[in-house]
Design a protein around this ligand. Sequence first.
Ligand SMILES: O=C[C@H](O)COP(=O)(O)O
Length: 251
Amino acid sequence: MLLLISPDSVEEALDCAQAAEHLDIVDVKKPDEGSLGANFPWVIRAIRDAVPADKPVSATVGDVPYKPGTVAQAALGAAVSGATYIKVGLYGCTTPEQAVDVMRGVARAVKDYRPDAFVVASGYADAHRIGCVNPLALPDIARRSGSDAAMLDTAVKDGTRLFDHVPPDVCAQFVRLAHEADLLAALAGSVTVEDLGALTRIGTDIVGVRGAVCEGGDRTAGRIQPRLVAAFRAEMDRHARECAAAVATAS
Ligand SMILES: O=C[C@H](O)COP(=O)(O)O
């Protein structure tokens, strides 16, 4: 499982750089503009310059409306600024067709510019609270639009977590659907170390985290702490070892 950490500024990205050996993807966002709030192009550029060259930089394009042209242009802006993972939160899409429209535009805009870019279609585990597409529709939306990964995050950061809205067995179904479509499955949403066992067992490819590695567990007032990133990674590695041992024993 890959670890994606979301700094909100160049300063926090430098903290991530200190913990670079423990993480896999640096994900630029602006949490005060929403769950997948988009940051400024110059912040993405500065963060790309600040983190080691072998760490991919991801950027969120926002909790986007159903405006395929606008979103495609914004996604290209993130790619031009140096992000190679482009994450789009399909907040304003109420049907799978709308979501496919948006993601098709994003995939084309981004991959015409940079064919090796990685496009992530993100829905929300608490979609029922905001009226957007159902979480289990995401893998098919990602497949039909030419995206590379299907993701879930939570839209409302009120202390509830991914599994409060989409229990582990349904997340497992999400991962299965993504894998059947040849996509990576990414899961996030106030994930804590307590969730890592289940996330590992169900075969999650990417876990996205911010709050759990911020001081006091506070994703808005707290700042990312390199020691918390290291501790989180150590727990991920422990679960990966336990899972591998259980598989070996069973076979
Ligand atoms: O992409 C992942 C998000 O940054 C998750 O943030 P969170 O762990 O604070 O919900």
